[in-house]
Design a protein around this ligand. Structure first.
Ligand code: CAA
Length: 257
């Protein structure tokens, strides 16, 4: 499969999806987003792929939605394009997505990063929601996901000032998982993808779904959801194999069912 704005490579157990519009710092236009959703949905169905790494390049993960593409649009055009609806499909991807972030992750780039499940950043990462400087607000989940991730005070500061924060500050406020020197961020994300790819695929998917449930339910509803999923896994071959392998003191061989 070849894409105009993405590079896709499959490695053992995982895939790497790389934005490829370096001339505009990977600004996210409609075509890039269409291709991204298509690639992720395709990888979600591919049994050889158990985890996905999403990345840009050293200078930019993505500098936001493509400003030139929307600058002259009317509200009705924006409504009819409904371009951010595509983003909801990323939320439905069942396999874990690891963002490997270096350089700018701004606006829609930060929002995409926050849609991922785990974030590994380089020391040079600059993360922010600068839409206020364009006379708008985040439109792809920024006000909601950022607030849930870092709390009201920090989200207010970032969205109202448009200021970027560095990798260390992002780590301190719980927005990302780990900061590494720039030469290692992609390898670190790949190593993590490989580690997750070595787990039971069915348990990984259900674990991801259960954690995400915490964002849109009460604690009672979430605990009930978790418990049912826990019981459900006892119908999988992987649960039988995983527990048998523990008892027999050997490595489990996952079937993914
Ligand atoms: N859209 C379109 N083009 C962009 C872009 C964007 N979001 N970000 C950068 N570019 C383009 C620039 O126009 C420039 O192209 P030209 O060479 O043709 O002029 C090229 O990328 C390189 O950018 P700069 O010359 O500006 O590079 P810099 O290193 O001086 O500055 C930057 C880097 C601070 C990231 C700056 O490019 C910038 O501020 N970009 C815009 C960031 C932004 O506002 N993002 C939010 C977009 S709106 C949004 O995302 C809405 C949403 O919620 C989904």
């Amino acid at each position: 499969m070849s894409y105009a704005h993405l590079l896709l490579t499959k490695e053992s157990g995982y895939a790497v999806v790389q934005f490829n519009r370096p001339e505009v710092l990977n600004a996210i236009n409609i075509q890039l987003m269409t291709e991204l959703v298509d690639a992720l949905e395709m990888l979600d169905k591919d049994d050889e792929v158990r985890c996905i790494v999403l990345t840009g390049n050293e200078k930019a993960f993505a500098a936001g939605a493509d400003i030139k593409e929307m600058a002259d649009a009317s509200a009705m055009e924006m409504l009819q394009r409904d371009q951010f609806a595509r983003w909801d499909r990323i939320r439905k991807i069942k396999k874990p997505i690891i963002a490997a972030v270096s350089g700018f992750a701004l606006g829609g780039g930060c929002e995409l990063m926050m849609t991922c499940d785990i974030v590994i950043a380089s020391e040079s990462a600059k993360i922010g929601q600068p839409e206020i400087n364009l006379g708008v607000i985040p439109g792809a989940g920024g006000t909601q996901r950022l607030t849930r991730a870092v709390g009201k005070a920090k989200a207010m500061e970032m969205v109202l000032t448009g200021r970027m924060i560095g990798a260390q500050e992002a780590l301190q406020c719980g927005l990302i998982n780990k900061v590494v020197p720039v030469e290692y961020y992609l390898q670190e994300a790949k190593d993590l993808a490989k580690e997750i790819a070595g787990k039971s695929p069915v348990a990984v998917k259900i674990a991801k779904e259960s954690i995400l449930k915490a964002f849109d339910t009460t604690i009672e509803g979430g605990l009930e959801f978790e418990r049912k999923n826990f019981y459900l896994l006892f119908s999988s071959e992987d649960q039988k194999e995983g527990m048998k392998a523990f008892v027999e003191k050997r490595k489990a061989e996952w079937k993914g069912r």
